[in-house]
Design a protein around this ligand. Sequence first.
Ligand code: HEC
Length: 173
Amino acid sequence: MNKIIVSIFLAIILVLGINKITDAIFYVEKPEKSAYQIDSATTVASTTSAETSSENSDSDIMALFAGVDSAAGKKIFSKCSSCHNIANSKHKIGPSLKNIWRKAGSAPEYKYSKALSSYGKTWDVAELNGFLLNPKKWIPNNKMGFAGLKKPEDRAAIILYINEFSDNPLSLK
Ligand code: HEC
């Protein structure tokens, strides 16, 4: 009887021990690989959705203004405010976005990348919409470290919001 109990205990200890050892082995090997895989999976997913929504974004954006308001845009601006002022003309990492309907890359006293300062176009709704969807694709080699706003409604809302800080606002509604 005693012998049986002892051998059951031994068996349990053995199983637990093996589990610990395998855990230890797998813990060492797992993290780097899976982190990398998750990372590349999201990158692929976001590129795909960016491309899908860019196909019909230009013509839809004007219609979207009716359904969004600048209060929503103000919330979304929290994604920009670490790098951009909008209520005043002081620059942060990025240029102030006050009076945005200017030539791209032309805010005084801000040191733009060559890509932006030589871009040559003037910001309007279509340009902002395209840029904010995928900044790196719209103006290659610009230095704005931001992945983009994938939802058309988010871009419409933030364009409404940015427009409010222009001395010559466009009529978008
Ligand atoms: C990590 C910092 C960062 C974030 C976040 C960021 N930007 Fe920028 N942005 C920049 C930088 C830097 C530039 C200048 C790019 C250059 O010179 O190539 C820029 C440029 C711009 C420009 C062009 C301005 C001009 O004077 O021509 C616009 C418009 C803009 N950003 C809008 C936004 C909006 C809207 C958001 C949020 C949805 C945002 N950015 C988020 C850093 C950022």
